[in-house]
Design a protein around this ligand. Structure first.
Ligand code: ATP
Ligand code: MG
Length: 300
């Protein structure tokens, strides 16, 4: 399949899930089981489509790297067992590791807490020409930190800054930060892998029942499941306040793993394709240099 055709298909796959105007966003309008007419029997076809997508993505990444001016930051947020790790692994499987940087953000360290919250993320922003991946991110600051206020109290903020406008301020700062990145050539694309509570239960059970999946189970994940509704509210408010035309959120239906991977791949493809990247043209001096080198090589 030609890259052009893949890009066209990518737009079709992502359109229903792209949120560029947070004001109108309602999480309940997005079905975690949506598959746009595909069904389980399409698994093989989907695999093939993902393979084509991964190939196209590798081509686009090569141009991004060669051009060396833009960078793309992909942010993955989700409830546990929604498939963040698998999506990252499969979608990025064809890209050149040299042009890709992945960071996972866990509970902040003592050193992190001694700084403002963007500090640890700033240090991990992608270099020009690279794709950066944040597996969780500064968005945890309006998600887990909002759901569990004890995290906020560990942040050593002056008490007068802990008023009820703290979340509004964080949203404004995050919008401002992402605008700053965009103004400096770093595009931010955000994914919420939208898994249903029912599917999460099924995946947790399979982690308990299958020995090869036991290692993935954590009691902490079970505890967080108890706060499901609080998280859903926090996600909705976060997306409402931070989805913009230039820094969209993709609400990826995540109850079916292969479908969610196709949507993520499509979104990355469309982001790179929108940059209209071409390999850098070399100037007349460089062309002379190349011709001279060729002559010299052909002499012997
Ligand atoms: P996996 O379970 O697939 O390995 P994960 O991203 O869930 O991946 P964990 O080590 O299980 O990784 O969990 C990391 C935890 O760190 C999450 O519960 C997350 O909410 C928490 N975390 C991340 N950032 C912050 C933050 N700024 N403040 C408090 N907790 C945070
Ligand atoms: Mg976890």
């Amino acid at each position: 399949m030609k890259t052009k055709e893949i890009i066209k298909r990518a737009h079709k796959l992502t359109n229903p899930f792209r949120v560029t105007d947070g004001g109108k966003f309602r999480l309940k309008d997005f079905d975690p089981g949506e598959m746009l007419g595909y069904d389980e029997s399409d698994k093989e076809r989907a695999k093939e489509l993902l393979e084509h997508g991964v190939q196209a993505l590798a081509e686009l990444q090569d141009k991004l790297y060669a051009y060396d001016k833009w960078a793309v930051l992909l942010i993955f947020q989700a409830m546990d067992a929604a498939g963040k790790d698998g999506a990252i692994k499969h979608v990025m499987s064809g890209v050149n590791p040299q042009g890709c940087q992945v960071y996972s953000f866990k509970s902040p360290s003592a050193e992190d807490l001694d700084h403002s919250y963007l500090w640890r993320c700033m240090k991990c922003l992608p270099n020009r020409g690279n794709i950066g991946i944040f597996n969780r991110s500064y968005y945890e600051e309006t998600l887990v930190v909002r759901v569990h206020s004890e995290f906020l109290h560990k942040q050593k903020l002056p008490p007068e800054l802990l008023g009820k406008d703290i979340w509004e301020n964080r949203f404004r700062d995050i919008r401002g930060f992402e605008r700053y990145l965009a103004n400096n050539g770093i595009l931010t694309v955000k994914f919420f892998l939208n898994v249903s509570k029912k599917e999460q239960k099924r995946r947790f059970l399979s982690r308990l029942e299958l020995p090869e999946k036991n290692w993935k189970f954590s009691a902490a994940d079970m505890a967080e499941r108890g706060f499901w509704d609080d998280y859903q509210k926090a996600y909705e408010d976060t997306i409402r306040n931070t989805a913009t035309k230039h820094t969209p959120w993709y609400i990826v239906p995540a109850d079916n793993k292969w479908f969610s991977r196709i949507v993520v791949a499509a979104a990355v493809i469309e982001t790179l394709a929108d940059l209209d990247l071409e390999y850098p043209q070399v100037g007349p001096d460089k062309l002379k240099e190349l011709a001279a080198a060729k002559r010299q090589l052909l002499k012997k």
